[in-house]
Write a protein that binds this ligand. Structure first.
Ligand SMILES: [Zn+2]
Length: 308
């Protein structure tokens, strides 16, 4: 399975910052050590250009990010200090989902080993999200005519408010967010389908809520799914408030990935959030998602009903 890694484009953070930047390098090391990915499978992504970002973001916002013109309030909302490296990392991580989507349209499934920055809105960033990789990817591939319909299946524990703000009214995008109702962001923006779960939701109730939501995705008949496989619904996540086990999350991934494969829908997987009490737990959740995706890649045939 092809995978796009931004781990060499590190975002410099002050000591004690809560964002678990180290998880990406650890995840990649585990994937290679276990043979889930071969070294040749992992590539650096392209840096998303201003023109690509403009499919989802206000050009003025992109310029403020690029040239260190964000206000203090805008930077506080993002949660990262500005640096050239922060801009490069954000461009690469967005480019990686686009690259993974293009690869998935050929190979069935491919991955961004980061991304899932779903709180980034049209003209501002928030919640550790600068640019919205899923929205840029969906909008750009639709504009190019590479796909007719795209679904964003957002199973991060936080609501995908940025994706909803950018794509929530599009008719050729279907945004699904299954999230903790009482969790950040506290002012939610309507997706095409939102499923808000109570605190403490466990495997059985989660999967029972997932099934009808996925049925709506299948009814939409997307050519491509951008899958935000957040690790933060896990029971040991410090921000998650839900109670899914590793086995429950594996079953979540299986229903998304095997369901898409069965229907000939390409899937670009992005990692999204994960703030485990132990970093190893977060890495383990992402690892099982990617292990399953890689194991399904052989023979994953994309339905060729796309426009000529
Ligand atoms: Zn999250």
């Amino acid at each position: 399975m092809r995978a796009f890694s931004s781990h060499q484009f590190v975002l410099p953070l002050p000591p004690g910052h809560r964002f678990p930047m180290q998880k990406y390098a650890l995840l990649q090391a585990e994937l290679l050590a276990r043979g889930v990915l071969q070294p040749g499978d992992v590539q650096p992504p392209h840096a998303a250009t201003d023109a690509e970002l403009a499919h989802a973001h206000a050009p003025g916002y992109v310029q403020r990010v690029a040239h260190n013109l964000l206000s203090d309030a805008e930077l506080r909302r993002i949660g990262f200090p500005w640096s050239e490296a922060m801009v490069e990392r954000s461009r690469r991580s967005t480019g990686a989902t686009l690259d993974a989507a293009r690869a998935a349209l050929v190979d069935g499934v491919a991955a961004n080993l980061a991304g899932g920055t779903h709180h980034a809105c049209h003209d501002h960033g928030e919640g550790y999200c600068v640019f919205n990789d899923a929205a840029v990817t969906a909008r750009l591939l639709l504009a190019e005519g590479a796909v007719r319909r795209v679904a964003v299946v957002d199973l991060d524990v936080h609501q995908g408010n940025g994706t909803a703000q950018i794509c929530g009214q599009d008719t050729d995008v279907f945004t699904l967010s299954l999230h903790g109702e009482r969790n950040f962001p506290f002012r939610k923006v309507a997706s095409h389908l939102d499923v808000g779960l109570p605190d403490g939701t466990g495997d059985d109730d989660y999967l029972a809520a997932l099934d009808p939501a996925l049925a709506a995705v299948w009814d939409f008949e997307p050519d491509l799914i951008v899958y935000l496989a957040g690790a933060d619904p896990h029971e040991d996540d410090t921000l998650g408030r839900l109670k899914l086990t590793l086995a429950g999350l594996a079953e979540r991934d299986r229903r998304v990935l095997a369901g898409a494969r069965e229907r000939g829908i390409a899937v670009a997987v992005a990692m999204a959030g994960g703030y485990g009490r132990e970093l190893a737990t977060t890495v383990a959740v992402h690892l099982q998602t990617l292990t399953l995706a890689a194991s399904l890649q052989a023979g994953w045939r994309v339905r060729r009903s796309l426009p000529a």
